[in-house]
Design a protein around this ligand. Structure first.
Ligand code: S3P
Ligand code: PEP
Length: 446
């Protein structure tokens, strides 16, 4: 078992003395970077990732792929394709695919994308690949991936719990074909099988048998990115059978891909505009995207304020009044902590629904949000699939983060409006946004 090296500490969350007015450049998307790393590693030719996210989750992904033999060179690119960016200024990773090797060991940390996307990749290695990670990673669901790989012809040794730690005994190839899984606990089970599917002998046909399926935009992201590297995918949203995704066997192209900003990590900054009645612009907000964070344009507008997408990016302007909201977040679960934080500062109650699976995220997010907002004087109750939040005057105190990056950023949003909030282990934001504390104080002009 491994642990992050970040030490617990109390970080005094800055209080906003007035309306925030800032432009905040947000680093690349975790979900896009980690999919791009996997697809580029499985390709038949080298490729480029420009503006990749460098954070704990993406560095763990890169390190794991390197351990299996992939070449990943971190460079400053000489031919930046990013609009408005001077030539030579962009960070880029050159990915050089190779035959995948075992024995290898993979530290997944607490990255859902690493622990779910890489076991299928490891079936293609020519030896055993051992997966281990943080204590919390042992508790996160993985059965869907493990059982599917066994059904598709792989040997996977775990300790019988259907979870980490485990060893995938790669033999250089996998039969693939049809498989049924229950992905109600994580959409990442579906994404994982689809991403490696083109490299299985018969491709893969994934049938989801559960009653609910969270985070559909993330499955769309997988399908879009597979198609962009030449894979053939049949799926429910373009006329396929409901709950069935088919990927044909094929070689994948090496592409030159510029990673979009992480719109879920833009959330705390947009929330700052919402709760202070200020204005925040996030440059390079994509016009079209599969990222769930794009839903913030509607959700935060419904909570008070307005947004405008121009060539400068997305500008969100708050009014100083935050309204409660009744919303199903099943498709965009990772936005829940930030929405809960804004809802705790609203002038009417909120109900957040459709997110029971958050109990198995980085921490039990429903329990953690309830505990921490209530410890500051709030009135939050858990429901079977979400939260009821009745706003109350809040007071300062320690906001615990449970090694959850989105708890830390949620606490920072509350701290803007409530004096003397201290965030425990703000360094946990390194999972997806290592520069968060500096970006936050920079936004406030400190
Ligand atoms: O595929 C992805 O990149 C993700 C899918 C979602 O996972 P779940 O479906 O497990 O919620 C999301 O919450 C996570 O942050 C990223
Ligand atoms: C749930 C999340 O991450 P993971 O990729 O580890 O599932 C998240 O980032 O909110």
């Amino acid at each position: 078992m491994t642990e992050s090296s970040v030490q617990p500490a109390l970080w005094p969350a800055p209080h906003a003395s007035g309306a925030v007015d800032a432009t905040v450049t947000v680093p690349g998307s975790k979900s896009v970077t980690n999919r791009a790393l996997v697809l580029a590693s499985l390709a038949a030719e080298p490729g480029w990732l420009r503006r990749p996210l460098r954070s704990r989750d993406t560095l763990l992904m890169a390190q794991a792929l390197r351990a299996m033999g992939v070449g990943i060179e971190e460079t400053i690119s000489s031919n930046s394709t990013v609009a408005g960016e001077p030539e030579g200024s962009g960070e880029a990773w050159r990915i050089i695919p190779a035959g995948l090797h075992g024995p290898a060991t993979v530290d997944v940390g607490n990255a859902g994308t690493v622990m779910r996307f890489l076991p299928p990749v490891a079936t293609l290695a020519d030896g055993p690949v051992r997966f281990d990670g943080d204590a919390r990673a042992y508790e996160r669901p993985l059965t869907g991936v493990i059982e599917a790989l066994r059904a598709l012809g792989a040997r996977v040794d775990d300790d019988g719990r259907g979870a980490l730690p485990l060893t995938v005994h790669g033999v250089g190839a996998l039969d693939g074909g049809p498989v049924s899984i229950d992905a109600s606990s994580s959409s990442q089970f579906v994404s994982a099988l689809l991403l490696s599917g083109p490299r299985f002998n018969q491709g893969v046909e994934v049938r989801h048998t559960g009653s609910t399926l969270p985070s559909l935009p993330h499955i769309r992201m997988t399908v879009d990115m597979l198609r962009a590297v030449g894979a053939q995918v049949d799926e429910p949203e373009t006329g396929g059978e409901p709950n069935v995704w088919r990927v044909s066997p094929s070689a994948l192209l090496g592409r030159d891909l510029t990673i979009e900003p992480d719109l879920s990590n833009a959330q705390p900054f947009l929330a700052a505009a919402l709760v202070t009645g200020g204005r925040v612009t996030v440059p390079d907000w994509p016009e079209r995207t599969t990222q769930p964070g794009d839903a913030l344009r509607d959700i935060f507008t419904a909570m008070g304020g307005s947004c405008e997408l121009t060539e400068h990016g997305l500008t969100f302007t708050g009014t100083g009044r935050v309204r409660g909201i009744d919303v199903d977040l099943g498709e965009v679960g990772e936005l829940t902590p930030g929405i809960a934080a804004a809802a705790a500062l609203a002038d009417s109650p909120s109900t957040l629904r459709g997110v029971a699976h958050l109990r198995l995220h980085e921490t039990d997010r429903l329990a953690a949000l309830t505990e921490e907002i209530n410890a500051l004087g709030g009135d939050v109750t858990e429901t079977a699939d979400g939260l009821h939040i009745r706003p109350r005057p809040l007071h300062g105190g320690v906001f615990h983060t449970y090694d959850d990056h989105r708890m830390a950023t949620a606490g920072a949003v509350i701290g803007l409006a409530v004096k003397d909030v201290e965030i425990e282990n703000v360094g946990t934001t390194a999972k997806t946004l290592p520069d968060f504390p500096d970006m936050w104080t920079g936004m406030l002009g400190a």
